[in-house]
Write a protein that binds this ligand. Structure first.
Ligand SMILES: Cc1cc2nc3c(=O)[nH]c(=O)nc-3n(C[C@H](O)[C@H](O)[C@H](O)COP(=O)(O)O)c2cc1C
Length: 191
């Protein structure tokens, strides 16, 4: 597929099975991520790759945090949290590294990391992999961020921009949402 076809047709895939991307594919994804537009070349991102037992541990972490927040949580809810990361054979946690900078505000660094995450989705689609960007409460929870090793201090504020679930697509791939691109473009002439 050429680049424009990929950009026009990329869709998310929530039904994902093994195999996970191999090392060569993972390298392509990370290289694509790090080509995102980046004001000041700050490279305000890093990525955690989680597979196998790591996914189980992430599920346990989600369940532990959910139980701390809601002591009367049901077993069914706990099981749901535990199994969340098992919906794909690989998760890439995309992290924004927002530093205090005299010229480049944190929001621009967050956007750059988001662009890097989108590049992972696009490159996954181009490779015939399936991927979906997920967040939810767990992405913004302090205990989760701490357990994943994110740093937050006066100089550096790390944020999870997404849990990118990646694997081999199973089942049917949905069609891109019908949109009317021209609805989003107007001309401004300054008149
Ligand atoms: C920042 C961000 C967070 C998202 N979080 C979730 C999520 O937690 N759960 C979910 O089902 N979709 C989430 N999505 C949306 C999906 O990734 C996907 O884009 C959406 O379902 C539309 O499908 P499409 O990408 O095939 O057009 C998120 C998207 C973005 C950009």
């Amino acid at each position: 597929m050429d680049a424009i076809t990929v950009l026009h047709h990329r869709v998310s895939q929530s039904k994902l099975a093994s195999p996970a991307p191999d090392r060569e594919q993972l390298d392509i994804l990370i290289r694509a991520a790090t080509r995102a537009a980046d004001h000041g070349n700050l490279q305000p991102w890093r990525f955690l790759v989680i597979e196998g037992v790591g996914l189980e541990k992430l599920g346990e972490l989600f369940a532990r945090v959910a139980a701390e927040k809601k002591p009367d949580i049901s077993q069914a809810e706990l099981d749901r949290f535990k199994s969340m990361p098992l919906r794909a054979p690989m998760i890439i946690v995309a992290i924004a590294k927002c530093q205090v900078h005299p010229k480049i505000p944190k929001v621009e660094q967050l956007i750059a990391a988001g662009a890097a995450a989108q590049n992972i989705l696009t490159a996954s689609f181009a490779l015939g992999l399936g991927a979906i960007w997920r967040t939810g409460d767990m992405a913004y929870d302090g205990a989760i961020k701490q357990a994943l090793g994110l740093v937050s201090n006066e100089a550096l504020d790390e944020q999870i921009v997404g849990f990118i679930y990646i694997g081999s697509p199973t089942g049917s791939t949905h069609l891109p949402r019908a949109i009317n691109p021209s609805a989003f473009f107007t001309t401004w002439t300054g008149e």
